[in-house]
Design a protein around this ligand. Structure first.
Ligand code: T1G
Length: 653
């Protein structure tokens, strides 16, 4: 099999070209090919060496698929040492995203050039790792301590121009990268530019207090994560000792992270997210419909957020409301969200203005006659949804995709209200829709393949993480939330307080404990749903009596200032003895003996409730694969990514 790395002379410059699609990952053949090429260059007539990549990006990292398997030489740090030791000038030319081991390879070169649109970064921390090939040692020597701490503990790529400002990129080149890089190398040679090895540079001056300052910051920002602390240790070693000593510290820290369950969980989610975007049995080349304009029915919190998702991706949006007053309220929600995004630095003023300019409104469905897709986002009233879909069926052009943003309703029943069930699909966004990344794509019985393929692709365009679900009550996430919530109610009656349950789950890693989640969502939501059910359908009163009594006392949760907790004006939760007394009374009424319950039991029973329902969802074919369920819970329900999702966690423990 031919090597993914080629070597040739362009004049007096040796060109090492990597061609390992899709992202030029540093697989063993790539590492071997680069090593062979740099070794060959030492003895040939080249005066300098260029490392460049074909395809869409410079090397995007070590080959993550090799992790956890027996190691095969050459070892990346050794390869990078050979590049840096080259007796001939070595230049890396960057396009696309030079990430992780890819950027470490560029750092081992003596100089780096990049096109303006290129990005560089060391995102290993997002995999529960740290740069394991000198990134924690070379970066501080070029960019200084603080920038390195920010770049490596944050793991967020930066632009090439930002990299140039930090001293990580030496030249931004325009036009054809290879031609510009070769011209620049010739210039360097003509100027007899000295070889500069980053490992030999001294770390620029820094305040030694920065390391402990950073460690205390991480206690909050990276709660429970292992890798960030190690990263600080490595950068501190770079700043206080020799390169070789620092490399030894980095090696030990990298091994510790690689062997951690956290990294296994985070790597699992990395691949699970990409796997979820693939629909079994759907041909990769299924034609997709063009979606350049979208209608959003409903200008509430969800409708406003959904409108922004599309506008932020450059798609024009028409928001429909029942009256001008409701429409103005809806557009005001959008304005408020954009102002918030600008205030938080998520969007520039200019970007916010251009996106907002793509959203218009109407109270007349006729405004939707030419849109390519409609997302219905009214409240969960099945009769109203069916009425709306009848109207859409009559008004929208043939081929328009009709999507419902329902959390629970039967998409097939909604589709049956139209004469075009093949064009109907569920798109379950999560609140706040312009921030939450998960999108459950609910495939109806008659949903056409091209409609599904279009929406799965569109999800990526609007920067969502799509997961396909079949039709059932609550789809994947909310269906699993029901036994989870019921178990929480039982634990309350059996003796655990709301704050004990929530504190135990948040200490375990959940972003928010179950009772705080229900207070946030509103206890009246479940109450209304239960009112529509017969006693038999409601199930065991132990699983809902407390919540119902709270609602009947006007305690709907955060929105009413009290639910399982009392809330101050800033919505800060405080345990409420009135709730404790109510729980005790209900336990007594229902004959539930109370006892001391350990945090371990709380975690075990609540996670088991999720996993057991997840297994049923898999058995029924509602979810395609167990890793899809993990993606749903990590991206939609605050499950800790370091534990890999409920199904992965259950398999590991
Ligand atoms: N290894 C193996 N496969 C990878 C890969 C990698 N590093 N990165 C991407 N892929 C696959 C991915 O699974 C998908 O496969 C396809 O490429 C397209 O990816 C020693 C230890 C580069 C920004 O963390 O962030 O280096 O599904 O869908 O949206 O210190 O991929 O098509 O079969 O994501 O255009 C550090 C991870 C590794 C970068 C492109 N590097 N990758 O995004 O495409 S650890 C990373 C990404 C390391 C060193 C350490 C993104 C991307 P398939 P995609 P994209």
């Amino acid at each position: 099999m031919s090597s993914p790395v080629s070597y040739r002379l362009e004049g007096n410059i040796g060109v090492i070209a990597v061609n390992n699609p899709p992202v030029n990952a540093l697989s063993q053949p790539v590492r071997q090919g680069i090593l062979d090429a740099i070794t060959r260059a030492q003895g040939d007539e080249s005066a300098a060496v260029l490392i460049i990549c074909e395809g869409r990006t410079f090397i995007a990292g070590a080959d993550i698929t090799e992790f956890g398997k027996p190691f095969k030489s050459p070892w990346l740090p050794e390869l990078l040492a050979a590049i840096e030791a080259s007796s001939k000038l070595v230049v890396a030319a960057i396009h696309g995203t030079a990430l992780g081991g890819g950027f470490e390879t560029a750092l081992a070169a003596h100089y780096r050039c990049a096109v303006p649109a290129a990005k560089i970064g060391l995102p290993e921390v997002k995999l529960g790792l740290l740069p394991g090939a000198g990134g924690t040692q070379r970066t501080p020597r070029l960019a200084g301590v603080r920038a390195s701490l920010d770049l490596i503990t944050g793991g967020v790529p930066i632009s090439a121009p930002q990299g140039e400002k930090l001293g990580l990129i030496d030249k931004i080149v325009e036009g054809d990268l290879q031609a510009a890089a070769l011209a620049w190398i010739s210039e360097l040679l003509a100027n007899e530019t000295a070889i500069r090895r980053s490992s030999e540079q001294a770390v620029p001056e820094f305040d030694p207090a920065i390391f402990d300052e950073y460690r205390s910051q991480l206690l909050k920002r990276a709660r429970g994560q292992v890798a960030p602390g190690y990263i600080v240790d490595c950068i501190e070693a770079a700043a206080s000792g020799s390169f070789d000593e620092g490399m030894a510290v980095e090696r030990e820290a990298f091994t510790a992270c690689m062997e951690s369950p956290q990294s296994a969980g985070m790597r699992h989610i990395f691949f699970a997210e990409r796997q979820a975007a693939k629909v079994e049995g759907l041909a990769k080349d299924t034609p997709k419909r063009s979606v350049q304009s979208v209608g959003v029915i409903g200008g509430g919190t969800m409708g406003g957020g959904i409108a922004m998702c599309f506008a932020n991706a450059g798609i024009t949006v028409t928001m429909i409301e029942i009256s001008d007053e409701a429409l103005q309220r809806g557009l005001a929600i959008v304005d408020g969200n954009y102002a918030g995004s600008v205030k938080r630095g998520k969007l520039s003023e200019e970007k916010a203005r251009s996106c907002r300019g793509l959203i218009s409104g109407s109270t007349d469905y006729a405004a939707l006659a030419d849109v390519d897709m409609v997302v219905e986002a009214v409240f969960e009233d099945p009769g109203l949804k069916k009425k709306i879909f009848k109207q859409l069926d009559a008004i929208c052009k043939p081929g328009a995709i009709l999507a419902t943003n329902t959390s629970y309703q039967d998409v097939d029943v909604i589709a049956a209200a139209t004469n075009r069930p093949a064009d109907v699909i569920g798109t379950h966004f999560f609140s706040p829709a312009h921030i939450m990344k998960l999108l459950e794509v609910v495939r109806g019985e008659k949903t056409a393949d091209d409609v599904l393929a279009t929406v799965m692709s569109l999800a990526k365009t609007i920067r969502k993480v799509p997961v396909v679900s079949g039709v059932c009550y609550g789809f994947i996430g909310n269906r699993m939330l029901r036994p989870y919530g019921k178990t929480a109610q039982l634990l309350l009656l059996e003796g655990a307080s709301p704050q004990q349950i929530d504190t135990a789950m948040e200490a375990w890693g959940m972003a928010m404990g179950p009772l705080r989640v229900f207070d946030l969502a509103g206890l009246d939501v479940g109450y209304k749903a239960r009112q529509a059910l017969s006693d038999e359908k409601k199930g065991d009163p132990k699983t809902y009596r407390v919540a119902d009594l709270l609602v009947e006392l006007g305690r709907m949760g955060q929105k009413s200032g009290a639910g399982f907790y009392a809330y101050d004006d800033n919505r800060k939760p405080t345990p409420d003895t009135a709730v404790d007394k109510l729980i005790e009374t209900v336990a007594d009424d229902l004959g539930v003996a109370r006892r001391k319950i350990t945090d371990e039991e709380i975690v075990d029973r609540l996670i088991s409730a999720l996993v057991d329902e997840g297994r049923k969802i898999l058995d029924e074919g509602i979810a395609q694969r167990s890793s899809d369920i993990d993606v749903v819970y990590v991206y939609g329900y605050g499950f800790p990514v370091s534990r890999g999702g409920p199904m992965f966690y259950a398999d590991q423990n």
